[in-house]
Design a protein around this ligand. Structure first.
Ligand code: TNX
Length: 616
C-alpha cells in the first residue's frame, strides 16, 4: 500500500461528488453526519494525542499516517495538563471521555483547528476508519479533512465475511489483504472455511496426513458441467496454512478488531479428511481421493467413537489457535447414502432410538457440540443442523433462504443471516450479462445485496434479538485467482457492510451507488484491489422506444472515462469519449445501438452496456 495512498487521495480532492452527498462518501453510511464549514489541515506540525497510545486503533492510525508519508508521533495525553485535549492543530483519540456510546460506537468532531475522536475498543477503531475515509492527501505535506460532526454505531454486532480456501487456496498475504478490506468497512467477523471435499487447509499436529494427503488434489475440474462429465486440468493443486501462519493471521485480524471463526466441516464435505484417514468413513476399505470436482459426495464421516475421538482432537487443536467464542462445524449438505447402507449406522440409529438418518445427523452434531461446549466455546452450523433436531446451544447460519433462520430464532437460538436468495452469495454473477465471468450460477447484482434486510418481519421483537447479524459468503469453486476473488467481492462487500452497519432509515441505493461507490472504487484501485467496474450510471441493457433521446451518463468510478459507439461495435478507448449528454435522433423504423463502456484511470473496464434506441 506504501506510497499508493497519495494518488488515490489526490483523486478524491478533485471530486465534486462529495459536495452533495449527505454521507460525505463514507461507507457504510454512519448513523448521523452533520457537515460543517471549512476543513482541518493535517501537516507535519499536527499533534496526535491519545489517552491510550498502545490501543490498536491508535497504532493503526499512526501506521496509516506513516504509510502516507507523515511521521507525526503520538503524544500520550495523560502526560499533559488537563484541558489540553482541544489544543490547536491536534487530533485526539480518546477512550476516556464522558458519556456513554453504544457498543462499537464513536463520535468524531472535525473542526478547523482540531479533531476529537471518542470511542472505546472497536469504537475508536471504527472512528479511525471513518476519519481515514474523509482524509484527502493533497500533497506530501498536507492532508485535509472536511469539518463535520459524526455519531455512529452499528446495527448488528455480527458483521461477517466468509472465504472458502478449500476449493481454491489463498495465501497468507491475500488473507491479510482481505482482512484489511473488511476492517476498512467495519466488518468484524471473518468466517474461514478451512476444510472441504477438495482440500484440508489447516495443519493439525496430531493428524499430519490431513495436510500431507488431504491438502492436495490430483487435478481440478475446469468447466461447469455435471459432476461426472467435463474436463480436468491434469495439474496437482494444493496448499495449507501452518499453525504458525494461522496464529499470525489471527493476530493480524485481532489488531483490526476482527474475530476469526474457523470452519471444520462435518459430517459431510469431508472427502479430503476421509482420503487422508479412510477409517473415518463407513467403508474404510474403499479407495478414496481428495475431490477433484464440485458438489455433494456420498462418502462422509461415520459416527463411530473413533471418528468422534479424532474430531475432538482436531477441534481441540483448532481451539488452541482461535480464541473466539465460535467454532463453525459445518453441517451442510451431508449426503445420507453411506449411513443408509451402513449396518453400523443402522444399529446406532436403533440403539440410540433415533428416528432416521436425520436423527443421526442431529446426534452427530450434538456430540460435537458437547465437546466444544465443554471447552467453553459454542458451535455454529449451517441451517441443515435443524434437520432431526437442533443441538441445544447451537447458532444457526441461514443460507437456504431465511426459513431456517426464522425457525431457529423462534426456537430461541441465535441466528446469522446469509441467504443466497438475499444477495449474500458472492459466488453468484453480478449481472445477467453473458459478459460476466464464469460463476456458480445465480444472480446477485449490487442492488440486490444492498436491498437485503436481515431482520425478517415474521419474527416478533423478542425473536428479532436472536438475529445477531449478517454475512456474505465467497465460495471459490470457480474462483481460482485472488484477482477474481476481489472481482467477485467488490463492490458487493461494501453493500454488505452497509446492510450490517447502517440503520435502515439511512440506506439509499442511489446515493450509495452513484455518489459513494465511485469514490470508494477509485480508492480501492490505488490500494491495489481488483473490482468489478459497474457500467456507466444511466446505462443498462435495455430497449427504449421513441425518436429523440437525451442520454445522460456518469462514470461509475471517479476519474474514469465512458466511451461509446452508435455503430453496433464494441466500444473501446479508441472510440468517442462521453463528455456531455448525447442527443440522439433515431430515423423512423430504425434502431440505434448505443453501446458504452467505462474505463478507469488504472485501465479497468466495465462490461459493455447495450441500449437499443428504437423508433418503431
Ligand atoms: C452450497 S452454502 C454450499 C457450498 C457451495 C455453495 C456454492 C453451503 C453451506 N454449502 O458447499 O460451495 O453452495 O454456492
Amino acid at each position: 500500500m506504501k506510497n499508493l495512498l497519495l494518488p488515490v487521495l489526490l483523486a478524491f480532492s478533485l471530486s465534486a461528488f462529495a459536495q452533495q452527498d449527505p454521507y460525505m462518501g463514507i461507507v457504510p453510511a454512519p448513523v448521523s453526519v452533520k457537515k460543517g464549514k471549512g476543513e482541518f489541515k493535517l501537516t507535519a506540525e499536527t499533534i496526535i494525542l491519545a489517552d491510550s497510545p498502545g490501543q490498536k486503533a491508535v497504532v493503526f492510525f499512526a501506521d496509516y499516517l506513516k504509510k502516507a508519508g507523515f511521521d507525526n508521533n503520538i503524544t500520550d495525553m495523560n502526560q499533559l495538563e488537563k484541558g489540553h485535549r482541544d489544543m490547536k492543530n491536534s487530533i485526539s483519540l480518546s477512550v476516556n471521555f464522558k458519556g456513554d456510546l453504544p457498543l462499537e460506537g464513536y463520535q468524531l468532531f472535525i473542526f478547523e483547528d482540531h479533531i476529537i475522536l471518542n470511542g472505546r475498543g472497536a469504537g475508536l477503531f471504527y472512528g479511525v476508519q471513518t476519519l481515514i475515509q474523509l482524509m484527502q492527501v493533497k500533497n506530501a505535506n498536507l492532508i485535509t479533512v472536511p469539518c463535520a460532526v459524526i455519531k455512529d454505531y452499528p446495527r448488528f454486532g455480527y458483521r461477517g465475511m466468509h472465504l472458502d480456501v478449500s476449493r481454491h487456496f489463498f495465501d497468507v498475504d491475500f488473507i491479510k489483504k482481505y482482512l484489511d478490506l473488511m476492517a476498512a468497512y467495519k466488518l468484524n467477523t471473518f468466517h474461514w472455511h478451512l476444510t472441504d471435499d477438495q482440500g484440508w487447509r489447516i495443519e493439525i499436529k496430531k493428524y499430519p496426513k490431513l495436510t500431507e494427503t488431504g491438502s492436495m488434489r490430483a487435478q481440478t475440474k475446469i468447466n461447469r458441467a455435471g459432476i461426472d462429465t467435463g474436463f480436468y486440468d491434469n495439474t496437482p493443486y494444493g496448499g495449507f496454512y501452518t499453525q504458525d501462519q494461522v496464529r499470525e493471521i489471527v493476530a493480524y485480524a485481532a489488531d483490526r478488531f476482527i474475530t476469526i471463526i474457523p470452519e471444520i466441516e462435518m459430517p459431510g464435505h469431508s472427502m479430503a479428511a476421509v482420503a487422508s484417514y479412510p477409517e473415518l468413513s463407513c467403508n474404510p476399505g474403499k479407495p478414496y481421493k481428495v475431490a477433484e470436482t464440485w458438489g455433494e459426495f456420498k462418502d462422509v464421516y461415520c459416527p463411530t467413537e473413533e471418528t468422534f475421538k479424532m474430531l475432538d482432537d482436531i477441534l481441540f487443536e483448532v481451539m488452541l489457535l482461535f480464541p473466539g467464542k465460535y467454532i463453525h462445524i459445518g453441517g451442510d449438505e451431508c449426503n445420507k447414502f453411506a449411513w443408509k447402507n451402513s449396518d453400523f449406522c443402522q444399529q446406532l440409529i436403533a440403539d440410540k432410538n433415533l428416528k432416521d438418518e436425520e436423527g443421526l445427523q442431529s446426534y452427530f452434531i450434538s456430540r460435537i457440540e458437547q465437546f466444544v461446549n465443554s471447552q467453553g466455546r459454542s458451535i455454529i452450523g449451517w441451517d441443515e443442523i435443524l434437520e432431526g433436531g437442533l443441538a441445544p446451544n447451537a447458532t444457526v447460519m441461514s443460507w437456504r433462504g431465511e426459513a431456517g433462520g426464522i425457525k431457529a430464532a423462534q426456537l430461541g437460538h441465535d441466528v446469522i443471516m446469509t441467504p443466497g436468495s438475499g444477495g449474500m452469495y458472492f459466488d453468484h454473477a453480478q449481472s445477467k450479462s453473458p459478459q460476466e465471468p464464469l460463476s456458480i450460477g445465480g444472480n446477485a447484482p449490487l442492488s440486490k445485496t444492498y436491498a437485503y434486510d436481515p431482520a425478517p418481519s415474521e419474527l416478533t421483537k423478542d425473536q428479532q434479538q436472536h438475529i445477531i447479524g449478517v454475512q456474505a459468503n465467497l465460495w471459490t469453486e470457480y474462483i481460482p485467482t485472488s484477482a477474481k476473488a476481489e472481482y467477485m467481492l467488490l463492490p458487493r462487500m461494501l453493500a454488505l457492510a452497509e446492510v450490517a452497519w447502517t440503520p435502515v432509515a439511512n440506506k439509499d441505493f442511489r446515493n450509495f451507488s452513484e455518489e459513494r461507490i465511485p469514490r470508494q472504487l477509485v480508492r480501492l484501485d490505488a490500494q491495489g484491489y481488483d473490482y468489478r467496474v459497474p457500467v456507466a450510471i444511466g446505462a443498462s441493457d435495455t430497449v427504449m422506444t421513441g425518436s429523440k433521446f437525451t442520454i445522460e451518463l456518469q462514470p461509475s468510478v471517479e476519474g474514469a472515462t465512458i466511451y461509446y459507439t452508435l455503430d453496433g461495435y464494441t466500444p473501446r478507448e479508441t472510440d468517442l469519449p462521453y463528455t456531455a449528454p448525447l442527443q440522439i435522433t433515431v430515423p423512423e423504423k430504425m434502431t440505434i445501438d448505443l453501446k458504452t463502456i467505462v474505463i478507469t484511470a488504472s485501465g479497468k473496464r466495465s462490461l459493455v452496456a447495450d441500449m437499443k434506441l428504437e423508433n418503431k
